[in-house]
Design a binder for this molecule. Structure first.
Ligand code: AMP
Length: 443
């Protein structure tokens, strides 16, 4: 299959040629044709599958072929994204893909001054990429109107709900014209997202590019058990002994990010950090330096986990496991992109066994354990076994009599050595409601 056979116009084909995109990825092959025909779409596509071009190319083409000249303060296509970083990246992609088209695009997000954004909106925009909170601010101040809106794209919709944007989305959706095309993208599809899709989409085409909630199979994953207080030391040891080139490291808290960054710098490693407390310009600068290879280790919280497209990222380290299991899939989606192989290493302490179990259930595999001889933990990380549900919190280890074991089991559930197989307690994950109402990567 070629991009030309999907019906894309010459200026877009020229751009793709320049980018060396010879063959459409799976999501592009399935999405571009139906979007060009005006269908609504619900797509389960992992990051790194080329989903940005999957929606950007046909949306740009439709904007060229249909609809009026954009009026002042109006937008014709709106792309909602969960984070500032993703807004920047999707906007860059749209600009790249539309480089031979006379269309105007821009991104708006919080954490920076609203005035330049208002100025930019005055002339009207063909494509606006926005985070929900800032867009709502602009809407309330009459800086943006939706009466010309032709297309709405919800990118990483699951993440928008996870970040608690359901109220903002509710209010925005009420302001949008009913007659429009809606495209919903999500790496994972929870019931909340499916509910949202039922309310937002008209007779959507469903596309599932990869198995639901599966991690990229090009990523080799394993974990190293370690005591909590020795994680920094272990990271440094692995970094040096394994001669890692570039690493993206995820840490749970902002404080933890800063501490690891400082520790690595003290040991002569070029490290930088991004998290929500840092000004946007600093975050983008750090990301750019990492992409340019100027820094070797980028330490980040989950704010940075989504949507970062870093070419040939060989390695992701989970310094802490994420609390929400789906975030694991998104984190490791930073590597093994566009068919490349990658590695994802998790440093896991005993406290984290419940998170581990939830992750293993989600990805339907028990992560192999690789002990580091000098870092065998005093507080043993209980074994996870098939079943996938957490029974109870880990007790302090007594004797290392291991039941089950990671190797044989296919799903994650942990069991204390001397614990009877108690009836499983259902693990409950809090999913924000949306009030009963409807609530690209770089080139
Ligand atoms: P995305 O999933 O949209 O973040 O894209 C992941 C990466 O794949 C980006 O670096 C894109 O530039 C790249 N990409 C997207 N589509 C193609 C394609 N058809 N051929 C080669 N690379 C692509």
């Amino acid at each position: 299959m070629t991009f030309a056979s999907l019906g894309l116009i010459e200026p877009l084909l020229r751009t793709l040629d320049g980018l060396d995109y010879t063959t459409p990825t799976a999501v592009q092959a399935q999405a571009i044709g139906p979007i060009l025909k005006g269908r609504d779409l619900m797509a389960a596509a992992q990051t790194g599958t080329g989903k940005t071009a999957g929606f950007a190319l046909p949306v740009l083409q439709r904007l060229m072929q249909e609809g009026p000249q954009v009026a002042s303060n109006s937008v014709r296509a709106l792309v909602l994204v969960p984070t500032r970083e993703l807004a920047e990246q999707v906007q860059q992609s749209i600009q790249t893909y539309g480089q031979h088209l006379p269309l105007r695009s821009y991104s708006v997000y919080g954490g920076v001054s609203i005035n330049p954004q208002m100025m930019k909106l005055r002339k009207g925009l063909d494509v606006l990429v926005a985070t929900p909170g800032r867009l709502l601010d602009l809407y309330r101040q009459n800086a943006v109107k939706f009466n010309q809106l032709q297309v709405l794209v919800l990118d990483e919709a699951d993440r928008m709900l996870d970040l608690g944007f359901s109220k903002e989305l509710d209010e925005l959706f009420c302001a949008l014209p009913k007659k429009r095309q809606t495209l919903l993208f999500s790496a994972t599809f929870s019931e909340a997202i499916r509910g949202m899709a039922r309310l937002m989409l008209r007779d959507p085409l469903s596309i599932e590019v990869s198995p639901r909630n599966a991690a990229a199979n090009t990523v080799k994953q394993w974990l190293v058990p370690v005591d909590k207080k020795r994680k920094s030391e272990l990271f440094l040891h692995l970094y040096q002994s394994k001669k890692w080139s570039q690493v993206l490291v995820f840490v749970k808290t902002r404080k933890g990010v800063d501490e690891l960054e400082a520790y690595l710098q003290q040991h002569g490693i070029s490290a930088d950090a991004i998290h929500g407390d840092k000004p946007q310009a600093t975050r983008l600068h750090a990301l750019q330096r990492f992409k340019d290879g100027e820094i070797k280790v980028l330490v980040a919280t989950d704010v940075a986990a989504r949507g970062l497209d870093i070419d040939d990222m060989p390695l992701v380290v989970n310094f802490d496991l994420p609390i929400v299991a789906e975030d694991y899939v998104h984190r490791i989606g930073r590597t093994g992109r566009a068919g490349a192989t990658g590695q994802a290493v998790s440093l896991v302490c005993a406290d984290e066994v419940q998170h581990l179990s939830a992750i293993e259930s989600l990805i339907q595999q028990v992560l192999p354990r690789v002990d580091e001889p000098d870092f065998i933990p005093d507080h043993r990380v209980p074994q996870t076994v098939a079943g996938g549900l957490v029974v109870k919190k880990p007790k302090k280890p007594k004797k290392p009599k291991v039941v089950g074991g990671g190797k044989g089991g296919s799903l994650g559930r942990w069991l204390e050595a001397d614990e009877p197989a108690a009836p499983a307690v259902k693990a409950v994950r809090k999913v924000p409601s949306f009030g009963g109402k409807p609530k690209a990567g770089r080139k």
